[in-house]
Design a protein around this ligand. Structure first.
Ligand SMILES: C[S@@+](CC[C@H](N)C(=O)[O-])C[C@H]1O[C@@H](n2cnc3c(N)ncnc32)[C@H](O)[C@@H]1O
Length: 333
């Protein structure tokens, strides 16, 4: 898998920005490919992690996966060069659209930028092997600069004071939310891995907004049940942890009245790489990625059938669902 990913990275434009990987970035320094002044192990981790990151768009977009397959087949079968150029132009168009959105949006703070770089260079294989994180934890899970800016914008727009996150990773989304909260605001974030909780703590504390972040370590369900018992309420909730847990997390929050009357719930990966809306034979994903292909479809339907709320699913990145209480949505709260 990693060799395949490294092939993908090699096929990309090597002049893209080192920090954000955009070809037309004007927020960061020109990219230096990591061969000097960096240990061989770290360089290897960076290459592998960046290759995974590079494939992030491919992972979430079924269209891109089909185009890549078409490109491979065209090369293998010596298709006419104009056909190959057309396929590659389609791939470039998809990337250019994403790159443009990132480039023209406000840049992330330096601390968020640093979290992104640290996440990309972290020796994930080693920490996975040592059992310090779950076996699927990888930089591909990171929300990143654009989704971070989106979260920050939405948190600010919702006038939230108290926010809740399930799934911290290295702190990118928690800090994006914290940056938009007032000085006495708080983000409580739940993370199952103690290792990630302490790594994120160190990273977010480089920011003055880090003090607004409270990290709870343990399974999301336990953390939520404890907060529900304490009667805690939140204006803004971001669900971004294990997908099979989403219905459970949503139910605990809604059934225990943990969402304030005008509060907002944001749910990441609602499209789940196409698995929410495409049959297996159209996914162009290997079976090991599709063992839980039904879970987000079930979550989305659960919310759709819940009379207490109104929702909108936006096709941003891997799909973001925004949920509010019906009265707030209808303007009667
Ligand atoms: C997609 S990542 C979160 C990304 C992060 N929100 C961001 O945008 O940077 C999912 C995180 O959820 C954590 N996680 C997985 N299962 C969990 C559970 N049952 N309870 C709490 N956290 C969990 C993982 O360890 C991982 O750090």
């Amino acid at each position: 898998f990693q060799t395949e990913m490294i092939d993908i990275i090699k096929s990309y434009n090597q002049d893209c920005c080192f920090s954000c990987r955009r070809i037309s970035c004007f927020h960061h320094q020109p990219r230096v490919y990591p061969t000097q002044g960096i240990s061989t192990q770290k360089s290897r981790d960076l290459n592998i992690n960046m290759a995974c990151e590079m494939s992030k768009t491919t992972r979430v977009s079924p269209v891109l996966r089909h185009l890549r397959k078409l490109q491979q087949n065209a090369k293998a079968n010596n298709a006419p060069s104009d056909a190959l150029i057309q396929i590659e132009t389609c791939i470039d168009c998809i990337h250019a659209r994403n790159d443009y959105c990132e480039t023209i949006s406000s840049p992330p703070s330096d601390v968020i930028d640093n979290i992104v770089t640290e996440t990309e260079t972290h020796p994930w294989q080693q920490v996975r092997d040592e059992g310090k994180v779950l076996s699927d934890v990888a930089p591909i899970m990171l929300s990143g600069a654009l989704e971070g800016t989106f979260l920050k914008m939405l948190t600010g727009m919702s006038n939230a004071k108290r926010a809740l996150e399930i799934g911290l990773l290295t702190g990118c989304s928690a800090l994006s939310i914290a940056e938009a909260l007032p000085a006495d605001g708080e983000v409580v974030t739940c993370e199952i891995s103690e290792y990630l909780a302490s790594l994120a703590r160190k990273l977010v504390d480089h920011s003055p907004h880090g003090k607004k972040i409270k990290i709870m370590t343990g399974p999301g369900t336990d953390c939520l049940q404890q907060m529900a018992k304490e009667g805690q309420k939140f204006d803004f909730v971001f669900i971004d942890a294990d997908k099979p847990g989403y219905i459970r997390y949503y139910k605990i929050i809604m059934d225990n009245d943990m969402l304030t009357p005008r509060g907002t719930i944001l749910v990441d990966n609602a499209l789940y790489a196409g698995m929410s809306y495409l049959p297996q034979d159209k996914l162009q994903l290997s079976a090991r990625f599709t063992t839980t292909n039904h879970v987000m479809r079930e979550f989305n339907e659960y919310v759709y059938n819940d009379d207490r709320v109104s929702q909108v699913l936006l096709p941003i990145h891997d799909g973001v669902m925004i949920i509010r209480r019906k009265e707030a949505f209808e303007g009667t709260a």
